[in-house]
Design a protein around this ligand. Structure first.
Ligand code: PMT
Length: 343
């Protein structure tokens, strides 16, 4: 595969096609497709006006061996995606949550991982029962009610991926399957996607031995160094916008940078290149409390969590939902009692 120009220009469709042609599909694809087909069908039949959003969340990984012992990972805990999914559900959307396996999930994220270990919320009562501590009852009841609402109304479909290959196959397939939704579909691409990978035909089958010292073939191992030879992952957003997604759907991508002086210009570049609706920009160090909405008309709008609430993370979904509604039609979304909750 020829390398992508260093300025990150969108890959021609043929590069994207080649990628899918030359890469074996993941084993889970067929079962996930069946779940998605059923989910979409259910909502088309039972609530045809409901919008469905595909939220992608977490980082993809790149295996160095086919029987994978080692891999290169992408940063992302899944906070943005999991928090945003909750806000979409509160706004009446049904959510397909395509996430990195074991990253944060909507609702359970409040009680998982090391910062919010669920055991810290529990106590043993005098009669030996395990109960939620009194001071957490109200908050947990609220989260539990929202979780049950989503579950009982089949509003949330959770699908995991691990590798960049799994992610890209799932993304293509789900996007195409959402075509019958037309302008009721929204794509919210918050996953952190690997830019480089080892193509299947150059990948070692077994664990790389320390004496061999190279991965992805063609590498030259100097002594016991590991030299890794990676190809660029084709940029798929352009194809997603032009061919896979339904006409009239809303497509939102994210841009992560570490240098503040690059963020807005990179977001603008992405909009010019891919012709989608919105780029939400964020900086690594401040992503939990500020984001910038960059629109094709040159708009640049910062949304910030006030300093006093900075333990909470920002999703920006309420702002976005307003935009989606103005774009599509004036029909109100059925909120079904969803309430607001901070991330
Ligand atoms: O999970 P958290 O810890 O809360 O962090 C959230 C986040 C910082 C990961 C999230 O808010 C975010 O910014 N996600 C996108 C980060 C990213 O991967 O940016 P990028 O520069 O690699 O991608 C830019 C765009 O190119 C994306 O819209 C992506 O869909 C697109 N792309 C990427 C890879 C690929 N193969 N093809 C693409 O078209």
């Amino acid at each position: 595969m020829p390398p992508e120009p260093s300025n990150g220009v969108a890959a021609p469709v043929c590069q994207v096609d080649d990628y899918f042609h030359n890469t074996p599909p993941p084993k889970t694809l067929a079962s996930h497709q069946a779940l998605v087909r059923e989910f979409i069908q259910y909502h088309l039949e039972n609530s045809p006006s409901r919008r469905i959003v595909l939220v992608t969340s977490g980082g993809t990984n790149v295996p160095l061996e086919n029987q994978t012992v080692r891999f290169i990972d992408n940063f992302s805990a899944g906070t943005r995606g999991a928090t945003s999914a909750e806000y979409f559900l509160q706004q009446g959307y049904a959510v397909i949550f395509l996430h990195r396996r074991f990253s944060l999930l909507p609702y359970s994220r409040h009680y998982s991982h090391s910062t919010n270990c669920f055991l810290d919320f529990m106590n043993e009562s005098d009669d030996g029962r395990v109960v939620v501590r009194t001071e957490y009852q109200d908050e947990m009841r609220k989260v539990l009610q929202q979780y049950h609402h989503a579950k009982d109304n089949r509003l949330l479909l959770v699908l995991p991926f691990t590798t960049v290959t799994e992610y890209l196959f799932e993304l293509r397939s789900l996007t195409v399957m959402m075509q019958p939704l037309g302008n009721r579909a929204l794509f919210y691409l918050a996953a952190a996607v690997s830019d480089f990978f080892i193509p299947r035909d150059r990948m070692e089958e077994h664990k790389i031995q320390s004496r061999e010292g190279h991965a992805g073939d063609q590498g030259s191992g100097a002594g016991r160094q590991l030299v890794i030879n990676l190809d660029p992952v084709p940029k798929v957003l352009s194809t997603l916008v032009q061919s896979w997604a339904p006409r009239g759907s809303m497509i939102v991508s994210f841009k992560l940078e570490t240098d503040p002086s690059l963020l807005v210009s990179k977001a603008e570049q992405a909009l010019k290149r891919y012709h989608h609706d919105l780029v939400i920009g964020n900086l690594l160090m401040t992503r939990k409390w500020e984001v910038v909405f960059v629109t094709p008309d040159g708009g640049e709008r910062w949304i910030r969590v006030p300093k006093s609430r900075r333990s909470k993370s920002i999703s920006g979904v309420e702002e976005l939902v307003g935009k989606a509604e103005r774009k599509h039609d004036p029909e109100p979304v059925d909120l079904e009692g969803g309430t607001m909750m901070d991330g």
